[in-house]
Design a protein around this ligand. Structure first.
Ligand SMILES: Cc1cc2nc3c(=O)[nH]c(=O)nc-3n(C[C@H](O)[C@H](O)[C@H](O)COP(=O)(O)OP(=O)(O)OC[C@H]3O[C@@H](n4cnc5c(N)ncnc54)[C@H](O)[C@@H]3O)c2cc1C
Length: 434
């Protein structure tokens, strides 16, 4: 039920991040007739690929249906993760998961190098993360995960039992949890803006409000229809993640778009924020339908995210539910109003692993499974290295095929049912599991 008293007078359904860096509305460009590489999607994946290619002398053109960066890359929570969840529920062999954790740590290094090299001012801090256990058995699973993270990637994972939880989180909601030092926070749209500026400086052709349509292959080259005319390209990269449509049905059948939602409180002051986040870490949890939350970059507000609905709904309708989730963790926030609430899409794969690769000559980087600030930029970069012929080792994220999803044709009608089932399982865990 919508409750209007939770909304501040100036409530907006745009991402809070857009106050500092709104995806650019205008860009002067002419769609070229030819390019070496055409990239569909202007988020972290598309821009990271474009930057590497153009800097190495490959003419690159990036298209987006909307403004540049309009997708998840300017809407996310800004949690920077070094592989805390990677491969967790994939059912893949332990050795494969260890390789993923190892490469996720390399991806984290990559992100830090890019921020430093491009001098991107995006409030990046390696503040660490707390993962709350939603029940005691989840705490035991986190213990095993901490051992794995430390032995493979020296992630600095430490278990925090419930009686010490208030050292890291001003809440008794969880049954203890795990802190991970190889984690951080950033301002997502400022980070995106930094990548965009680097692409502009490198002379990537950037084409907002240009939707890619049919892709035809002729003698090893591609002809792509767009809403602004046709373009020929030697190579095509699909970097559309949670917004993957029928442009490439093969990919569409392999990634399920899932909406995620975030609300932001009005300013409550640094002292109150410190009381809730004593170590200023970002927080996630072990539930199937997880909460993720953090202090704002100025440490004066709280940002709280989660899957408030499994049907795609306007953010204003889901804000009340998210507000209740937030107050279940921090009861003292009841009465505080929210200034922003928004939604965006992530993309899930059948094996819950992100992938890149090439299919029928078309390259792709897809399937963030909820965590793409580090991973999607890294995968975009890896696609570029592959095109340049400079990849010096096989990535585990390329070694695995992007799996088919049984009976899925691209319409995620089953999500509300599946989401309800997962929520029920979380409730059972919290209520009955010892
Ligand atoms: C609410 C929310 C919270 C999140 N929180 C976190 C977090 O805290 N930490 C984390 O690691 N990850 C988080 N994520 C995930 C992360 O934001 C994404 O994984 C990442 O931004 C994906 O980047 P991308 O470049 O692959 O895709 P996107 O940034 O989504 O870009 C895809 C683009 O493709 C464009 N497009 C689609 N079809 C076409 C077409 N036919 N022609 C032209 N353009 C097209 C779209 O318009 C879109 O702009 C979150 C995501 C959401 C939505």
């Amino acid at each position: 039920m919508r409750r209007d008293y939770i909304f501040a007078d100036n409530f907006k359904i745009d991402p809070y991040w857009w106050e500092a860096a709104r995806p650019d509305l205008e860009e002067e460009f002419e769609l070229p007739e030819n390019t070496d590489v055409l990239i569909v999607g202007s988020g972290y994946a598309g821009l990271s690929a474009a930057l590497e290619l153009q800097r190495n002398g490959v003419e690159t053109c990036v298209l987006d249906t909307e403004a540049l960066g309009w997708g998840a890359s300017s809407r996310n929570g800004g949690h920077v993760s070094g592989g805390v969840n990677i491969g967790k529920t994939s059912g893949l062999p332990a050795e494969m998961i260890r390789r993923m954790i190892d490469e996720a740590a390399a991806a984290y290094d990559h992100l830090e190098r890019v921020i430093e090299r491009e001098e991107i001012d995006c409030f990046y801090t390696r503040c660490g993360r707390f993962v709350g256990a939603h029940c005691r058995s989840a705490y035991r699973a986190l213990e095993r995960r901490a051992d794995e993270l430390n032995s493979v990637a020296e992630s600095g994972a430490v278990m925090i039992p419930r009686d010490r939880q208030r050292e890291v989180l001003g809440s008794d909601y969880y049954h203890g949890g795990m802190t991970v030092d190889l984690s951080g926070a950033l301002h997502p749209s400022l980070y995106h803006r930094g990548l965009l500026n680097a692409c502009r400086a490198a002379k990537v052709t950037l084409c907002p409000y240009t939707k890619a349509g049919r892709i035809e292959s002729h003698n090893g080259k591609f002809l792509i229809e767009t809403t602004r005319g046709e373009i020929r390209a030697s190579q095509v990269v699909i970097a559309t993640n949670g917004y993957t449509g029928d442009l490439t049905p093969w990919h569409q059948r392999r990634v399920v778009p899932v909406a995620s939602y975030i609300i932001v409180t009005e300013e409550i002051g640094r002292e109150r924020v410190r009381a809730l986040f004593p170590s200023l870490r970002v927080v996630g949890d072990s539930k199937r339908v997880l909460y993720y939350f953090r202090p704002g970059p100025d440490h004066k507000r709280v940002l709280f995210g989660g899957r408030a609905s499994f049907a795609s709904k306007p953010a204003i309708e889901t804000a009340s539910r998210l507000y209740d989730f937030m107050c279940s963790v921090f009861p003292e926030l009841r009465g505080v109003r929210v200034t922003h609430g928004w939604t965006g899409n992530v993309a899930f794969t059948y094996d819950r692993v992100p992938h890149f690769g090439t299919r029928s000559g078309i390259h792709y980087a897809l399937g963030c499974n909820g965590s793409g600030v580090v991973m999607m930029g890294y995968l975009g970069h890896r696609v570029a290295l592959k095109i340049l012929g400079r990849a010096n080792r096989l990535s585990v994220f390329e070694a695995l095929d992007l799996p088919d999803i049984p009976l899925y044709g691209g319409n995620p009608w089953f999500l509300p049912l599946l989401g309800g089932y997962y929520r029920f399982r979380d409730w059972i865990d919290r209520t009955f599991t010892v």
